[in-house]
Design a protein around this ligand. Structure first.
Ligand SMILES: [Mn+2]
Length: 196
């Protein structure tokens, strides 16, 4: 089973997260931040992951620690669930429309963190959520997952649509990358013979 359950407690956030890579897209998300709940729920749905997250963070400050720390734990959960990366496709990409927004996500589960961030979100806030936190999320997630994540905004005017397209595109790209490649289940997909 490609699953992981992680608990991480700091003075800023207390997080419990359970991930199943081979799920059905079901989720139970309670981060304390409504917009983040919305993004993580659709990330699970469109990635066909099962994802449960419970976070109690210092939302009286803002959503910064909650967003960053959830990304840290989510990336770690992917890394653990993937183990030595044996048999996976490794690469995935998706160009995903959401109304007028069009976002490309490309992922390489390389063992190395890297973010190419090309979203230009026109407003500072979506509801109470600070849109600069999308980049913070991607950087933390890339770091603990050990993956290159590239996002390019090909079109878009509405901040909510742009961010939602990015999370959906990322989910679909990761779904492709973590899939087991038929006929290569015993191979670590690197000429180095190791990824982790
Ligand atoms: Mn929405």
């Amino acid at each position: 089973m490609r699953t992981s359950t992680i608990t991480r407690n700091t003075s800023e956030t207390k997080i419990t997260l359970a991930l199943n890579l081979d799920g059905r897209g079901g989720s139970n998300i309670d981060t304390g931040c409504g917009f983040l709940d919305h993004m993580l729920e659709l990330f699970a749905r469109h990635g066909r992951f099962d994802l449960d997250i419970k976070c109690r963070g210092d939302m009286h400050v803002d959503a910064h620690h909650t967003t960053e720390d959830i990304a840290i734990v989510l990336g770690r959960a992917f890394s653990e669930a993937l183990g030595d990366r044996r048999g996976i496709v490794r690469y995935g990409s998706m160009v995903l429309p959401m109304d007028e927004a069009l976002v490309l996500a490309a992922v390489d589960i390389s063992g190395r963190p890297c973010v190419g961030y090309g979203l230009v979100i026109p407003t500072e806030k979506v509801g109470e959520f600070d849109t600069a936190l999308v980049k913070e999320f991607m950087m933390a997630f890339s770091r603990t997952m050990g993956a290159s994540i590239h996002l390019r905004q090909l079109a878009g005017e509405d901040s909510h649509h742009i961010i939602e397209a990015a999370f959906k595109a990322l989910a679909r790209a990761i779904r492709i990358a973590v899939a087991l490649e038929s006929g290569y289940e015993d191979e670590i997909p690197s000429t180095k013979g190791t990824i982790v």
